[in-house]
Design a protein around this ligand. Structure first.
Ligand SMILES: Cc1ncc(COP(=O)(O)O)c(C=O)c1O
Length: 365
């Protein structure tokens, strides 16, 4: 089976993790934690980076750092992995769902403003599958209405919007290093911000608001959280980060091969890269339109029969039982494309032969 998206381990992972084991620095203190934060901040060109246990905790931490909670509303896409929406509920706020664009499959910035109410505190653009949200429009709306922007960039690490890395444009950006992401620590996450004060606050909240008094006692001024990442995982993160440019180039190159082999098939819509952005094609995806000979779900079965793992697009969160009653705008594009989209194999280690094998199945139908 050609898998959907598996990790790539080809650098200093063994060496750095061994260093943790040899020196007994396995837990949440240790040089690799600071190094991973420091190097990630440099890579993203921001002032602060704070490691977390996963992407979900990075998003929750972002909301808590910005003091978003009970009675507040946060505008978020419905076509996403459910995690960002859940974190809005964790802090006691309410998600308000917005539609996505037909070409990029990410938050439609033109449909955001009509959903703003006096309760709105933040917009959470989720850059899914590798294509950036139109951040100029989002930042303009946020500035005019004094809202925060928390970017969920977990699926678009290394993607760019007008020369800026996705995640570094809003007030806070969040990443996941889950096994299928561009770089992985097994499980892990990162919060970034260009505002040093916010960065310090996020670190403070994520480490149980611990202050060490002169006599060595721990003092806690307010309720904190344990969102820390252990040194062992940060060591893996440092090794993975060393290869990020190579991995992102490979992803883009694989997308070009897919585009070449799938060009001009009736009923198959290919992913786009809008002018001024760099799409990392984290999961190379297509839409199966009515003109194609079989349905999206039948195509997934055909691919499986031919040794290819694929996955349908996320189901819309506004249709899930915990969120059915939440406010939502016009969802016509989301409701349409969630029935059509497929993620195709996108591992960094994918070969040209494997890409051709996937495309041959789609073409033969
Ligand atoms: C868009 C999005 N946001 C957040 C997350 C959560 O990350 P994690 O699984 O590391 O908690 C994921 C998935 O992993 C995701 O795809």
């Amino acid at each position: 089976m050609i898998p959907l998206c598996v990790p790539e381990v080809r650098g200093n992972e063994w060496k750095y993790i061994k260093e943790c084991l040899d020196t007994n620095w396995v837990s949440s203190a240790g040089a690799f934690v600071d190094r991973f934060e420091d190097r990630f901040a440099k890579y993203m060109n921001v002032k602060s980076a704070v490691v977390t246990m996963n992407g979900t905790s990075a998003l929750e931490l972002a909301l808590r750092t910005l003091n978003i909670g009970i009675g507040d509303e946060v505008i978020v896409s419905s076509m996403t992995f459910i995690s960002p929406v859940n974190t809005i509920k964790y802090v006691g706020a309410e998600p308000v769902f917005v539609d996505v664009c037909r070409d990029t499959w990410v938050m439609d910035a033109d449909k955001v403003e009509e959903l703003i109410t006096p309760k709105t505190k933040a917009i959470m653009p989720v850059h899914i599958y590798g294509h950036p949200v139109d951040m100029d429009k989002i930042m303009d709306i946020a500035n005019r209405h004094s809202l925060y922007v928390i970017e969920d960039a977990t699926e678009s690490l290394a993607s760019e919007y007008k020369g800026k890395k996705v995640g570094s444009i809003g007030h806070i950006g969040c990443f996941s290093f889950n096994g299928n992401k561009l770089i992985t620590t097994g499980a892990g996450g990162m919060l970034i911000t260009d505002d040093e004060k916010l960065g310090k606050r996020a670190k403070y909240l994520s480490t149980q608001t611990k202050t060490v008094l002169p006599n060595g006692s721990f003092y806690h001024e307010e309720i904190g959280y344990n969102f820390r990442m252990p040194n062992l995982l940060a060591a893996m993160g440092c090794a993975q980060l060393e290869n990020i440019n190579e991995y992102s180039n490979i992803k883009r190159n694989n997308a070009s091969l897919y585009n070449k082999f799938l060009y001009n098939i009736k009923g198959i819509t290919l992913p786009v890269e809008r002018e001024g952005v760099k799409n990392i094609y984290w999961l190379y995806s297509i839409l199966v339109e009515d003109e194609y000979d079989i349905s999206r779900d039948e195509l997934i079965l055909q691919l499986k029969k031919n040794g290819v793992q694929s996955r349908p697009f996320f189901m819309p969160v506004h249709d899930m039982p915990p969120y059915k009653e939440c406010k939502a705008g016009d969802m016509s594009v989301t409701d349409d494309i969630v029935k059509r989209g497929i993620n195709l194999p996108s591992s960094v280690g994918l070969t040209e032969g494997e890409i051709k094998q996937v495309c041959d199945v789609i073409k033969s139908i």
